[in-house]
Design a protein. Sequence first.
Length: 437
Amino acid sequence: MVRLKGGDPFVFGRGGEEGEALRAAGVEFEVVPGVTAGVAASAYAGIPVTHRDDASAVAFVTGHEDPEKDETALDWGALARFPGTLVFYMGVKRLGDNAAALIAAGRDPDEPAAAIERGTMEGQRTVVATLGTLAEAVERDGIGAPALIVVGSVVRRREALAWLERRPLYGKRIVVTRARAQASGLAATLRDLGADVVELPAIRIEPRIASEEVRQAVEHIGEYALICLTSPNGVRLLFEALAEAGLDARALGGALKNKQVGESASGALAGVGTTIAAVGPGTARALAKHGIKADIVPERFVAEALVEALEGVEVEGRQVLVGRAAEARDVLPDALRDRGAEVDVVALYETVRETPGPAAIEAAQNADYVTFTSSSTVRNLTEALGDRFPAGARVVSIGPITSEAVRDAGLEVQVEAERHDVDGLIDALLTDAARAG
């Protein structure tokens, strides 16, 4: 059993009481220390609880005692005289009373003080005032629990040390609509940039590697002169299918359809292996994780660009494998067939509509941006949300095909990535956010 608690279990967490109850019941336990909120939230707000020029001591104080106590256990006189920083936990509701008690006991009402709401979490806010005016400032700005109160001259350091608010997407609520398996990476990057991320997956990836067409393609993988992969999902699932068949990256070496390109001194014939094409750098990176370097990666990350990039590859009369999603466009296979290739189109997966939960839909209503990374995410999300699509959000599209789907859905595209991959989408977001201020 795990009893998961925020911060440190023994700092205003009742972990001590729980441990005693376990020992009394004969249950052995282990305690894993955590970073207490008094340190963590203050650091996220840019307030050092100690500083060699300001405070050589810090006191952690409960701002909300056990209501069943007959009288307070806090010595307000001692706290008023304490030569360092005071950090109050759970003190928002009693902030006015606690501040008045400190001041009455001799603490300077003009001493800097701060309230930190939702410290270290999305939506963190910090209000700075003085001990005498903080309660009024908290009420004015609507600061609520969970919040931490810091009293001391170290609060002045926030002006130089505040770092969270300096992140380029701080305060921006961004909706991510990718499938859950892919959304985590994009969401993590956006959070690192300061964004408040709402994950609203509009699609789910359903593998089809157990299908007969995939099994046949894997069985004859070495006979293809050209293999085209159009997404990281396709790469991942192709290698899963290879593993199921007891194969690995070496199977992509090709059938080595030997053709005489010049006789060496030994009279041996040179071999021509399989050419690997990736629709973009994301797909190429996925291949690289399996030890495969893509031979062809177009500068623009759409099927039309891959068609252009393949113009120098001889495909007439040769077998070509296109591994993709079931619902992908036929631009690439049609172009290759027009050039005389024998094309096998294999659906490695299909995208299925994911229905967002009501809590996520509600959280998305105040979004600043909604990001779309494919046409299917556009169609599925707009149909799922109906008239609840975030009214004030700016739509960010990964590229022209996705933008076309956005406009078909009756929406306007405010931001389109110049490079049609996730990194390009993030760059476009950053540029737009900086422009908007």
